[in-house]
Design a binder for this molecule. Structure first.
Ligand code: IFM
Length: 720
């Protein structure tokens, strides 16, 4: 099978939120939710801009949604043919080869077929081709415009709207907080005669085409929509206008061709081919499409929000998802994107230093939910209680300290996999040292005075707050201190450089202190080979997941925190000890992994889309391929099936799942192929599930482009 199409038949407004995610078109600069052109704001349509944030009053700061171009209203004999009027037939699809959204809707008197894309060749552009097949004689009116009826979670964010008509329609506005201009422009081309006019109303500005139509006619309209902000260029409006004009002059087909060429190049570097199971092959393609579509190719220092560009969920913030879940696919396939993700952390170091200082620590304590400049977007009250409707004190912001170690981990991996130390020279080494400094200042003494504790933390399992010696966190810290120490060896040929860096940083810890603390970080207790997730974990109530679920009084109830149903039990939200074993495979024996896997998996809710892939990776390691397969499918199909949690308390958390998309690549590459880099060389240790007979994918290691091929007979790494 060679299926690249994610398809859905029928229209149901209830599915609008998940369809908008599933059919998202994006190019790293902006994301356009997968709704038909006529969809109203009740269907959560949005054009979400990467890296443009705004805070309205005291609400949460979140990314800005631009006015929505390519918005169409259709009337036949004076009747609106809106989608909410339940069209007789509707089908939508996403062609994952090139990020093309297509839909076909039978409105009765007319049938509409459209196709659109968010350009990979020009990140400011999107284009649409809208074809109307007339079924009966009548009078038709088509309004094509820019809608300012914007769906926001914590908005509004745009003010002082200025509308212009003429050959190009434009809408520009400024954000409330920082007065960033968001300028949009739209041009249309048509192959039919019509009376043409313009109209403006409270919801936007439109070009209007009116004509009498005859049964059997086909009318085609192409629309080009551009977005620029004053963060891109000083005169955003002129730039948007120019972009549209150029696109219109080139025509839809030419714009489509260069867009497709750009996608071909992306796929040549990253596309995995999996043979043996059609559903899995499609799910993997959808996953890779979604992650590639939101990569910041237009910027040399930018990261990716946890819900990508599918909207404003999680405040458009950058989490550890970037370093631990998105980074692996990029570092192995398109290292320049991995570099951009890490440059974002290098450039936002001042925010991390500030956050550490606010809490009375030295060094770099990165934001749990990082926004512009590394500012912390996570509040102390990140969940709203469904019973009292009051905010709940959560501790993600102040206690999830593994974030700094996660960043150091990715910096180190970047060096190990690419062999390129320039990123360390350009600020990466400084980040590692500042993270190490943070941990040294955060360390606590231990009752036996030999061990070093890390108390009052939260591990990846967020349901248990303020624990001591979370195994995952302590391991990340250990690795961070080791990475700081390793800089000496990495820069052995430039001792003067490292010494001057340390002097510049006024780095007070000497290597001996680092080595000493690293060696004394407390190790969690073990029971029958099972590592306690944190001190006292085994003393908690040991009951089943079903039992805990049965205690819920509301399906949206938050499981964690002081009153959550999971907090007093051993039920965890997501992979924690197992995530540690997946990220540090060499530190644990197969036996240890097997014992911990069997213990923790039944106790894991998988309430986060970050969980299943860690269990799948470790299942590959211990040869439990049936479970690896089940969890691979769960991970890879998440945006195919539109699954995942939608609510945390009263907070909407829906959107696409880039961490699972990255997780699917990780399971296939690091799990099924057993890919790793040791001493600068790639190795494979194949574990192909019985459902597959071939897996093939390109990688780049130490600058060399290679192809990994795994079959039932074994595996090989091919040089180009
Ligand atoms: O980073 C994750 C976290 O681990 C669990 N809650 C959602 C966040 C964003 O994906």
């Amino acid at each position: 099978m060679n299926n690249w199409l994610l398809q859905k038949n029928g229209w149901n407004e209830q599915d609008a939120a998940s369809d908008g995610n599933r059919f998202l078109c994006a190019n790293g600069y902006m994301g356009l939710r997968g709704m038909p052109e006529e969809a109203s704001s009740a269907c959560f349509p949005a054009v979400t801009l990467a890296g443009v944030y705004d805070q309205y009053q005291h609400r949460w700061r979140e990314p800005v949604n631009a006015p929505r171009g390519l918005f169409i209203r259709l009337f036949f004999d004076g009747q609106s043919l809106a989608l909410k009027d339940t069209p007789e037939k509707h089908a939508a699809e996403l062609d994952c080869r090139w990020g093309l959204y297509r839909r076909e809707t039978d409105f009765g008197p007319v049938q509409v077929r459209s196709e659109r894309f968010v350009s990979m060749a020009d990140c400011h552009l999107m284009a649409d081709q809208y074809r109307i097949q007339v079924r009966q004689d009548g009078d038709m009116t088509l309004q094509v415009g820019i809608s300012t009826d914007i769906w926001d979670i914590n908005g509004p964010h745009l003010f002082n709207f200025l509308f212009q008509t003429g050959e190009t329609l434009t809408v520009d506005a400024i954000t409330g907080e920082k007065k960033i201009t968001v300028a949009t422009a739209q041009e249309a081309a048509r192959d039919f005669d019509a009376d043409e006019s313009e109209c403006r109303d409270a919801s936007g500005v439109y070009r209007v085409f009116r004509r009498a139509v005859r049964k059997g006619e086909t009318l085609t309209l192409s629309a080009f929509f551009a977005v620029y902000t004053s963060l891109d260029v000083p005169d955003a409006l002129s730039a948007a206008r120019m972009c549209c004009r150029k696109a219109k002059a080139a025509g839809y087909s030419a714009c489509l061709q260069v867009h497709k060429d750009a996608w071909e190049q992306i796929r040549a570097r990253s596309e995995m081919t999996l043979e043996g199971d059609d559903a899995a092959a499609l799910a993997l393609r959808v996953s890779q499409y979604h992650l590639n579509a939101i990569a910041p190719r237009h910027a040399h220092s930018m990261s990716i929000p946890a819900r990508g560009l599918s909207g404003q969920t999680y405040k458009g913030a950058v989490f550890w998802d970037s370093e631990i879940f998105f980074f692996p696919m990029f570092v192995y396939t398109q290292p320049e994107i991995a570099r951009s993700l890490l440059r974002y952390r290098i450039e936002t170091l001042p925010g991390a230093l500030k956050k550490a200082a606010e809490y009375g620590y030295r060094g770099a304590f990165y934001a749990w939910e990082s926004q512009e400049g590394g500012e912390e977007g996570c509040t102390n009250f990140n969940v709203v209680d469904v019973f009292t409707h009051r905010p709940v004190r959560t501790y993600f912001r102040d206690k999830q300290i593994h974030i700094s170690g996660d960043i150091a981990y990715a910096l180190r991996s970047y060096y190990d996999i690419t062999g390129d130390r320039s990123l360390l020279e350009e600020g990466g080494a400084k980040v590692i040292l500042e993270c190490a400094r943070f941990y040294l200042s955060r360390a606590n003494g231990h009752v036996d005075s030999r061990a070093v504790d890390f108390a009052d933390v939260i591990g990846p399992d967020e349901y248990h707050e303020r624990v001591t010696n979370n195994a995952f966190t302590n391991q990340m810290i250990r690795h961070c201190l080791e990475s700081a120490l390793a800089l000496e060896e990495i820069f052995a040929d430039r001792p003067g450089w490292l010494a001057s860096l340390l002097a510049d940083l006024h780095y007070e810890a000497d290597w001996q202190l680092l080595a000493d603390v690293r060696g004394r970080i407390a190790r969690a207790a073990e029971q029958n080979g099972v590592i306690a997730q944190f001190d006292g974990y085994f003393d908690l109530e040991d009951c089943s997941l079903d039992e805990v679920r049965s205690r819920l009084r509301d399906p949206r109830e938050y499981w964690g925190g002081d009153h959550g149903v999971a907090g007093t039990t051993q039920i965890i939200k997501q992979a924690d000890v197992i995530a540690m074993m997946a990220l540090f495979p060499e530190q644990f024996t197969d036996r240890q992994v097997a014992a911990n896997w069997s213990y923790y998996e039944p106790r894991t809710e998988h309430g986060s889309s970050l969980s299943a892939c860690m269990y799948a990776l470790t299942a590959c390691r211990i040869g439990n391929m049936d479970e690896a397969w089940r969890l691979f499918m769960k991970t890879a199909q998440i945006d195919v099936l539109g699954g995942g949690k939608q609510w945390a308390g009263e907070i909407y958390i829906g959107g696409t799942h880039p961490a699972a998309n990255g997780g699917a690549w990780m399971i296939a590459a690091l799990g099924f192929a057993g890919l790793r880099v040791r001493n600068g060389r790639p190795e494979i240790h194949p574990n192909l599930p019985r459902q597959l007979f071939r897996l093939r994918f390109p990688i780049t290691v130490a600058g060399e482009r290679l192809t990994v091929e795994i079959t039932r007979e074994g595996g090989r790494i091919l040089r180009e």
